[in-house]
Design a protein around this ligand. Structure first.
Ligand code: NAD
Length: 503
């Protein structure tokens, strides 16, 4: 079954409501036409999700686990159809889509299996003064989570919020990117199909452009989990502030790789080639900058050039998904060449819309936008540095701080710790992204909050602290208007004993 027929199959034949059309970025062909939801419909979806939350949150985590694992099994069964859809809407090769699905399945399984641990209540010590109390910390679902997603990893990226939110007992209203709505519809429908006894509204998709996302932000959802650009993230955060709606921000990056003088240079070159160019460079944690220590710089550049020999867009990876993105690559590339940069691989002829072949630039000034702004294309800038000290300083020199990679046989961990970012791989490319137990997220313009892992589950809960008096203490009148001198004397003695010595 082709991707297009798969979508048509799920759509009504005639409809007069406004439609959202998604196009194949390689051919321009129509992939899908879906309803374009109005703000009123988005609010209705949130209301329905709130009703469903009463049911879903009352299930225990094992019941939710079963529902999520049934969903995963269904996605495995229908993997080829889903991957063809990803290929059609996003442009990436179907095999890459399958790798993406593998990551998403890992998140469904991990979140489903660990939610019990995350939400388990725990007892804490009440301390000496309140020894007659029991103190507990409980975790409860927030309610309805609004998830807003991008197009570059249309399965795995939103799933990093959706499945953790569901596993923690929330319901979800999901606004996928306007460029990949059919992919989202496919897996949202798969959840309902795998769990026919659940009420409507546990997981719902609403479709549209930025306005639909804005309506979701204004809908009264209990948290907005946003993944997208820093520019949109700022708008979402400002709008969410109107109702004090909390936000999770998963934003862009300008991820660096450090190649130390004791690195396995061949492995580093292989990893940089793939990390920078796969998915046409449209990866939030894609490699955009490399800092290589002088003693191995020449060997590294030669190995990188060899590695990219014969790698072409439209073959090794797909087209740029969004035409506007080619303009950003063009601006960075032409600007960098004018500013004194040199193309080691590719050049202006790499731009063959909708394709962009690999580009490696050297000697681009650090102040140039090609080094400081997110390019989100198959373009990487390599700079030779004197030592690891300089590499760390320059790596930390942008406003972003999402991921990073270090290649060093002896000092990888030590260098990694000094990087101002949320996630680091040592001697491997993007390894953290394939480990669901590791929290994911950034600092600075890359956002805040965490998805994935235990921290990701906790993001979608609210903490409640409960202190329960177990028995009265005779004469303990401190928190009353009948406070006695004897109780105060007791307090003074206790404080002197507990805090009076500096040890
Ligand atoms: P984008 O910011 O243009 O759009 C993201 C989503 O926000 C889309 O669904 C869009 O319709 C919606 N939106 C637009 N305006 C809105 C508004 N005013 N209110 C609410 N929603 C609105 O980003 P994109 O081009 O879809 O995705 C690419 C960006 O996403 C890159 O910067 C990339 O680095 C980032 N990204 C980050 C991560 C991460 O986990 N940190 C993962 C993938 C992509």
């Amino acid at each position: 079954m082709t991707a297009v027929t798969a979508v048509e199959h799920t759509m009504p034949a005639v409809c007069e409501e406004p439609r959202l059309r998604s196009l194949n970025p390689a051919t321009g062909d129509l992939v899908a036409e879906l309803p374009l939801h109005t703000p009123a419909q988005v609010h209705d979806a949130v209301d329905q999700a709130r009703r469903a939350a009463a049911y879903w949150s009352a299930l225990n985590w094992r019941e939710r686990r079963r529902a999520l694992l049934r969903w995963a099994a269904r996605l495995v069964r229908d993997a080829d159809v889903l991957c063809e859809l990803v290929h059609a809407e996003n442009g990436k090769p179907a095999e890459d889509a399958y790798l993406e699905l593998a990551l998403a399945l890992g998140h469904i399984r991990w979140s489903a299996r660990h939610a019990g641990q995350a939400v388990a209540a725990r007892r804490v010590s009440p301390g000496v003064l309140m020894a007659n109390c029991q103190a507990r910390v409980e975790r409860h679902p927030l309610g309805v989570i609004g998830v807003i997603g991008p197009w570059n990893y249309p399965v795995n990226t939103p799933m990093g919020s959706i499945t953790y939110a569901l596993a923690a007992g929330n319901t979800v209203v999901f606004k996928p990117s306007e460029h990949t709505p059919a992919v989202a519809k496919f897996y949202v429908d798969a959840f309902a199909a795998a769990n026919p006894t659940l009420p409507d509204g546990v997981l719902t998709a609403v479709f549209g452009e930025g306005g639909t996302g804005a309506a979701l932000v204004a809908s009264g959802a209990d948290l907005i989990a946003f993944t997208g650009s820093a520019a949109t993230g700022k708008k979402v955060m400002a709008a969410a502030a109107e109702q004090l709606t909390p936000v999770l921000m998963e934003l862009g990056g300008k991820d660096p790789v450090i190649v130390a003088e004791d690195a396995d240079v061949t492995a580093a070159a292989e990893a940089v080639a793939w990390g920078a160019m796969s998915n046409a460079g449209q990866t939030c944690i894609g490699v955009e900058r490399v800092y290589v220590e002088r003693p191995v710089a020449e060997r590294f550049l030669t190995a990188l050039r060899d590695e990219l020999q014969g790698i072409r867009a439209g073959d090794a990876y797909g087209p740029m998904t969004v035409p506007d993105q080619i303009d950003v690559v063009r601006r960075h590339l032409t600007g960098a060449l004018e500013a004194g940069g040199t193309a080691l691989v590719g050049g202006l002829d790499a731009l063959r819309p909708p394709y962009v072949d690999p580009v490696v630039l050297v000697d681009v000034p650090e102040s140039h936008p090609a080094v400081r702004e997110e390019t989100f294309g198959p373009l990487v800038v390599v700079r030779t540095v004197d030592d690891a000290e300089e590499a760390v300083r320059l790596a930390n020199g942008t406003r972003f701080g999402l991921g990073a990679t270090v290649f060093s046989r002896r000092h990888g961990q030590a260098i990694a710790r000094r990087l101002r970012c949320g996630t680091v791989s040592v001697n491997a490319m993007l390894a953290y992204a394939a480990i669901p137990a590791l929290p994911f997220g950034g600092v600075g313009d890359s956002g805040f909050g965490r998805i994935h892992g235990l921290e990701g589950l906790l993001t979608f809960t609210r903490t409640q602290a409960i202190a329960r008096r177990r028995f009265p203490v005779p004469g303990m009148t401190l928190p009353t208007f009948r406070r006695s001198p004897a109780a105060m004397r007791l307090l003074r003695t206790a404080l002197t004993r507990i805090h009076g010595r500096a040890r």
